[in-house]
Design a protein around this ligand. Structure first.
Ligand code: ZN
Length: 406
């Protein structure tokens, strides 16, 4: 079977790890920052050397294409090059670099293909500098309002529009990915969780992206003196909140074992050690692939009483995402190819969000996961062994060639 080049892929990973290097094994490469622009420049330089044609759209998404037969839509691979603060060398960038390695293999080995083959770089996937995440894939698929996105500001007050214009990568709206121009998107990504490694699998056959809900609970009590108020007279909003967190854990643990849920944010007011808390807010993020389970989560949330420990309780939905299912034919190719290369694999749903989940609304899409060592991601410890990256690239290569023939 056809294979990509291990040394070349290693060189790509090592080269791009310099752009935004923190010196501690990771990178800080916020969207459209000087480090991100250096990475873009290197990417475009390498694509041009392969004879690829480079276009950018109005959100600075980059499309680098090997030509195919006239009039046929292109097959797209790729991901994002921006990172979170003190992030790792694999999240996003590995999807771009494996795409580039597939393109380089096709060009240098003169592998026949009918359709044009494109490597795409999505702008501002992380949302770490400009909120929200998956901004540009969201704009081109109509999820987000472009004008609102352009007004998004970083902590220095710079708007996304200003950063976009200064980047030199803002192109034409005509160049956006559309269903007419693209036949497929295959995004390779690290798993960002511990399952593939624990199950000793080389390849994650990604069937879709988990649905999720995110709720915020608010508890209103009475702020009083910690030294004078007898326990029986208190309205302690933090105590009420802790009771509800315990209730949620007890009830949610009765649902399917694949359900994951998190209270990641809590605000306690006034947050002074001598005052009984009178206002507490916390979030609950819950994710599962089956919409029915997500519905059961919401039913449990709705059963939280309006008054707990004499405190008023309210809750509101911050946001939600429906389960996304990827294109079955492409999912099948990934499964078949993993098997044909002799790699172990398993079907998996993505917990995190990816640009692919938005693009799938307009273009048939799937993803390939490779293992994350100890499940670490969004941190400097993020690591995927070169051998695993090579296996993922080979499956990506063959999947693109299968799509070309289909
Ligand atoms: Zn990512």
């Amino acid at each position: 079977m056809l294979t990509c080049n291990k040394e070349r892929l290693d060189d790509k990973i090592k080269t791009f790890s310099k752009f935004g290097d923190t010196g501690k094994g990771g990178i800080t490469r916020l969207s459209l920052s000087p480090a991100a622009l250096e990475a873009r420049e290197e990417f475009c330089k390498r694509c041009k050397a392969l004879g690829m044609e480079i276009k950018t759209d109005d959100m600075a998404n980059i499309y680098a294409t090997i030509p195919g037969e006239e009039g046929l839509p292109a097959i797209m691979m790729g991901s994002h090059m921006d990172s979170v603060k003190q992030g790792g060398n694999y999240d996003g960038i590995l999807g771009v670099l494996t795409g580039l390695e597939v393109a380089e293999t096709i060009v240098t080995e003169k592998i026949e293909h009918k359709h044009p083959i494109t490597v795409v770089v999505w702008t501002n996937e992380e949302g770490a500098r400009f909120d929200p995440a998956m901004m540009s894939s969201g704009v081109i698929t109509g999820k987000f309002d472009k004008d609102i996105m352009l007004a998004s500001r970083d902590i220095d007050g710079i708007t996304f529009k200003e950063a976009l214009e200064a980047s030199g990568y803002m192109g034409n709206i005509e160049n956006r990915a559309t269903a007419e121009k693209y036949k497929a998107l295959v995004e390779l990504h690290i798993e960002q969780g511990p399952v593939l490694e624990a199950e000793k699998k080389d390849i994650g056959i990604v069937e879709g992206v988990c649905g999720m809900v995110n709720y915020e609970f608010t508890f209103v009590g009475q702020a009083d003196h910690a030294g004078t108020t007898p326990m029986k007279y208190r309205k302690d909003a933090l105590f009420a909140a802790s009771k509800v967190i315990q209730y949620l854990h007890d009830e949610l643990d009765k649902l399917d074992s694949k359900l994951v849920y998190t209270t990641g944010r809590m605000n306690v007011s006034p947050n002074i050690h001598t005052i009984i808390p009178d206002n507490v807010k916390f979030t609950l993020d819950a994710r599962h692939q089956d919409p029915e389970v997500v519905k059961q989560v919401v039913e449990i949330i709705k059963k939280v009483p309006g008054v707990v420990e004499k405190c008023e309780v309210s809750c509101k939905k911050l946001w939600a995402r429906n389960t996304v299912k990827f294109y079955p034919e492409f999912v099948h190719y990934v499964e078949k190819n993993a098997k044909e290369y002799g790699y172990s694999s398993m079907k998996i749903y993505s917990g995190p969000g990816h640009d692919a989940q938005f693009i799938t609304d307009i273009i048939p899409t799937t993803m390939i996961f490779v293992p994350s060592e100890k499940g670490h991601s969004h941190c400097e410890k993020e690591f995927t062994p070169l051998e695993s990256c090579v296996k993922g690239t080979n499956v990506l290569l063959q999947t693109v060639l299968d799509i070309d023939k289909s």
